[in-house]
Design a binder for this molecule. Structure first.
Ligand code: CUA
Length: 339
């Protein structure tokens, strides 16, 4: 096998491997649709793949046939009727191509229309705002005190449509949770809308799908689909202000938090920390991840994040914090207490 052959084989094997991995159906795969929106996208994809495969095989077959015939007739004189045959073949090929493109267009547009139609007027409405590099989600409610703002983790009731109203605070981002929905751009100064529905309870991972600067790759969002009752319990708990310190370490941690730079950027409900530049931390203790899905929410990860965020998420706006060991432990205890 020549060097070129072996490298193209490697590329082909890598592509097949990537496709298989993507098709395995984890919590972030367009090949494992878990709701009507994602199913529409997946059906369109499989249809287009099938058509493209058939067209490619036909083209290769005709090419092989033409090469074989040309080889066999190298010395023969051109046939006078050959030109007419060629014209007919070109006409048929052209007509077929146009027909296929029209079918693709109609299917694609009808999929887009189906995705844009919200099945219920009273669907849960969540305003999603993109920030460099985290997601703000505001659950809209006619009663202002029932309006909930969370970050990077969106809980939804399973089996119900959820309307997403999206915009951005800085640059263009794109919300994409492949198991649930197609991509939706978040554009500064402009509002777009889409909807999705999760048919199975679970934690779905979404990712910003539009390059938005240094921290783009670490701008993930978790969508937690749960039965309505559980969702409502979560909603009520998130509406509560932060619990006050229950022991001396937590109280010390709160002092470290409030006397440092934290309140300038972060909100902790029920305290004087009301910063809006970074994600709210009122219930950070119960979050599944930190730093917009970058790391699981554990003690060690939180410590590493507070001390040197740039190491975990290059470009992040949060400054490093050089704290003494006891101060860091107390601060983590405080953040953990914010359930
Ligand atoms: Cu936000 Cu990429």
């Amino acid at each position: 096998m020549s060097r070129r052959d072996s490298s193209s084989t490697r590329v082909a094997l890598t592509c097949v491997g990537a496709l298989l991995l993507a098709a395995c159906g984890d919590n972030e795969s367009a090949f494992a649709p878990d709701g009507p929106q994602a199913a529409l996208v997946a059906n369109l994809w499989w249809y287009m793949l099938a058509i493209a495969t058939v067209v490619w095989l036909l083209v290769v077959a005709f090419l092989a046939y033409a090469l074989k015939r040309a080889h066999a007739r190298k010395q023969a004189l051109p046939e006078p009727e050959g030109e007419g045959k060629m014209k007919r073949a070109v006409t048929v090929g052209f007509a077929l191509t146009v027909l296929l493109l029209i079918i693709n267009l109609v299917y694609s547009v009808s999929t887009g229309r189906a995705m844009a139609t919200l099945p219920r007027d009273d669907a849960l409405r969540i305003k999603v705002v993109g920030h460099q590099w985290w997601w703000e989600a505001v659950y809209e409610d006619p009663t202002p005190s029932n309006q909930l703002t969370v970050a990077n983790e969106i809980h939804v009731p399973v089996g119900e449509p959820v309307q997403i109203i999206s915009t951005s605070r800085d640059v263009i981002h794109s919300l994409w949770a492949p198991n649930l929905m197609g991509k939706k751009d978040l554009i500064p100064g402009y509002t777009t809308a889409t909807w999705f529905q999760a048919d199975t309870p679970g934690v779905y991972r979404g990712q910003c799908a539009e390059f938005c600067g240094h921290g783009h790759a670490r701008m993930a969002v978790l969508i937690v689909a749960e039965p309505r009752e559980k969702f409502e319990g979560w909603y009520r708990s998130q509406l509560q202000p932060a619990a006050g310190p229950t022991d001396s370490i937590v109280a010390e941690g709160q002092r470290v938090f409030m006397s440092g730079g934290c309140p300038i950027c972060h909100t902790v409900g029920g305290t004087r920390a009301m910063g809006r530049l970074g994600p709210p931390l009122t219930h950070i203790g119960s979050a599944l991840t930190i730093a917009a899905g970058s790391l699981p929410n554990t003690r060690g990860n939180m410590a590493g994040w507070i001390v040197d965020p740039q190491r975990i998420k290059p470009g992040v706006r949060m400054p490093p914090n050089s704290l003494s060991g006891p101060d860091l432990q107390a601060l983590i205890a405080y953040l953990e207490s914010l359930k």
